[in-house]
Design a protein. Sequence first.
Length: 581
Amino acid sequence: MESIDVGAKAADPPGTSPGPAAAYAARWVVLAVTLSAIFMQMLDTTITMVALPSLQSDLGATFAEIQLVVAVYSLAFACTLVTGGRLGDIHGRRKVFLIGMLGFTIASALCGAAPNSTFLIVSRVFQGLCSGLMFPQVLSILQVTFSKEERPKALAMYGASVGLGTVLGPVLGGWLIDLDIMGTDWRAIFYVNLPVGLVALVFGLVKIPESSAAGARRLDVTGAGILTAGLFSLILPLVIGREHDWPGWSLVLLVLSPLLLAEFFVYENKLSKLADRSPLVPTSLFRERSFTVGLLISVVFFAGIPSFFMTFIMSLQIGFGYTPISAGLVSLGFAAFIAIGSARSAAVVKRLGTKTLALGTGLLLVGMSGVIATVHWAGTDLHGYQLVPSLMVAGLGGGFFLAPCTGIILAGIRSREAGSASGMVATVQQVGIAIGIAVAGILFYGLLGSNADGASDTAVPRLRSDLAAAGVPQEQQGQIAQGFQTCFHDKMNQKDLTRTPASCARINKELATNPMPADVKHKVQTAVLAKAVPEARKANFSDSFEQVVYWQIGCFGLSCLLVLALPKIRPEDVQDVPGGA
């Protein structure tokens, strides 16, 4: 990571004579290999979201466990990024990249073969750790492989790969689950990484030139350990605390987390003052306004998009009965316009500079507001296509933000530590994803419980009408309606929505032993199970999703305000920094 701006020199590519990076004929193959890795890594941040209902059903997992399947990947990814960059500086970027790719491919196979949720969660941690080894090498490899003239084009493709990989997860995941190749169902979302990983390994061994940082010093193992402990102490209780009624240990970890992160800063500051030591993050960076504000922007913004898709996909699948591929296709407009926004971001940056990020967050605010208005207007009659225009606007804004984000932040850093800064920015982006998923999950499932009674009330008039048409006496109509509401309330307020509460089991038992004629029983079951329950479920998920989108509104609104605090930069300064458009 230090090599990005401290004069790292690549080894001569195989079969070529020394010369400028642009003379390396295989540089576009190197780009394809490294970007395939970036795409896979970002894809695996969101691809699991469309598989959560089938994964939960197949493995018998709790909601906290399936949240962990999503969140621990981003968390492990974040904890390894800065360390992975330093390992590449010391031992060679090509070597560390290939080790990470091999581990990521093996971890993907383990995820696909997981016999239970615990095995899957551990495999996802392994997968995230390997991603953290790969990711930081890519920018450094591109820096030493491409000439200054060609670098902006390569970096723009890098930014587009990050954005597209993040938002195409639900689309590709839904398609793979729908294909159900050889009965793999949700497991195919992990197995798809195997052929890509193996091909990338072969071409990477042959084509990627080796490079390292001149004067790179030993790894700061203690700092890496403190940072990892601090981040895990923050994320773990947020993800599983609700499932266990916020036990004492979860609250202790939440209190301990800021203390550990503060200790990390103190320790790194101490190392920064020693000439023979090499801190993970030089604390002089925190005196750079672009760096400190950029970290805040990164963690806040990235808490928005993945958490939106988690609640969005679950609402469509569980609430409205969409298949995985149908739910994924609804988000295709977002993915298409994020690609358009990424492709056009370079031209926008040339005109607006830093304000490009404000434009991106502004469009996201408009798009999210449109989602809220559409869901509110449509209610239980919501159809996915009605959300497409708003998602397109949001996707365009996402493209304008994601592609140039890192480049604009780093362009405002005037010290010689931009390489370390890029690693830290990428780290907090992944931390933001994990925090966003955890907080949105707490809010969403809390809202499902609090909105349950109102949702069941909307279904009662039709239920009583259907019961009357079936010939059920008025007194029994009231008992059945009351039982339905109690059952729905209990189901939506339990920690695991797949469980059958005692009140629901009691209703089924009473109906089975009721002396009413068989045809009347069938009509009652149809009225309750085929009509009232789906209607109440749609109303509940619609209301809860509409309300939880205000979390994303808050994330993007705060990001927009923080962008205004970034130092003004010239548009041309963005073109030659890592992650620039």
